[in-house]
Design a protein around this ligand. Structure first.
Ligand SMILES: Nc1ncnc2c1ncn2[C@@H]1O[C@H](COP(=O)(O)OP(=O)(O)OP(=O)(O)O)[C@@H](O)[C@H]1O
Length: 221
């Protein structure tokens, strides 16, 4: 793949995908390459891998149409399992929260409101992210740190309250395991979410059940 794309720089090698930074149409772009799995039957594997690529690109485009800040999809190559998308210059919320600025109450409130609003809008259009972490929330340099949702690799479309509640729970767990003392910030995310989502009150109610199940499970080991 590096041979096919001129000047590609590998920025992340994951278990499912490689992410490159490369010039594309006179600008820097992100190219995400999903790889096939050797243990699967080749025909089935090709089908599943290209389906994943299409699903990721579709969820990204669906968000973009609803004016949710996500990387613009430039091109999808299902033959080679590639998505070309806008490169967001900035840093992740994960990185931001450990900076002196990111530790201030005021900054955290601002970011929390943006995150909650973006998630509310995303769930309004029935996109479930599937992997919400503070690394998958970027802050754009260009706009002074507005929040961009990335990595729709596990995303899908669902109307189910349960799926959306689990999506929030995944983020809550990510916050509590990665960022100590951010309970207030997470509450603010949920408040903003409650104000911008259609069925958000029901989803937040469901989140309480999901948390309870999570607690029971961890008690049982
Ligand atoms: N559009 C983008 N702009 C800037 N950086 C990006 C962009 N997309 C991805 N990145 C960077 O690459 C990293 C990995 O990307 P991503 O999270 O999409 O891949 P992944 O976790 O390996 O994929 P998956 O979870 O689908 O297997 C991100 O954490 C981020 O640092």
């Amino acid at each position: 793949m590096t041979a096919m794309i001129h000047n590609a720089q590998l920025i992340k090698q994951g278990a499912e995908a490689k992410v490159y930074l490369a010039p594309f149409c006179q600008r820097q772009a992100i190219i995400k390459e999903r790889f096939t799995k050797a243990y699967r039957h080749p025909t089935l594997d090709k089908k599943l891998t290209s389906r994943r690529v299409v699903q990721e690109a579709r969820c990204l485009s669906r968000c973009q149409k609803a004016r949710i800040d996500t990387p613009t999809v430039y091109m999808v190559d299902t033959e080679n399992y590639l998505i070309y998308m806008e490169y967001i210059e900035g840093y992740s919320v994960r990185e931001y929260l450990v900076t002196p600025e990111g530790q201030s109450e005021e900054a955290q409130t601002k970011v929390a409101k943006e995150i909650g609003r973006a998630l509310g809008l995303m769930h309004n259009i029935d996109v479930v992210h599937g992997d919400l972490t503070t690394s998958n929330l970027l802050m754009r340099n260009e706009t002074g740190g507005s929040v961009v949702l990335i990595d729709f690799g596990l995303s899908y479309v669902s109307q189910l309250i349960e799926d959306k509640a689990v999506d929030l729970y995944v983020l809550e767990r990510a916050f509590s395991s990665t960022h100590p003392n951010t309970e207030v910030m997470f509450e603010q995310i949920l408040r903003a979410y409650g104000e911008s989502g259609k069925a958000s009150k029901q989803i937040l109610k469901k989140l309480e059940d999901v948390r309870m199940r999570g607690r029971k499970r961890s008690m049982l080991g």
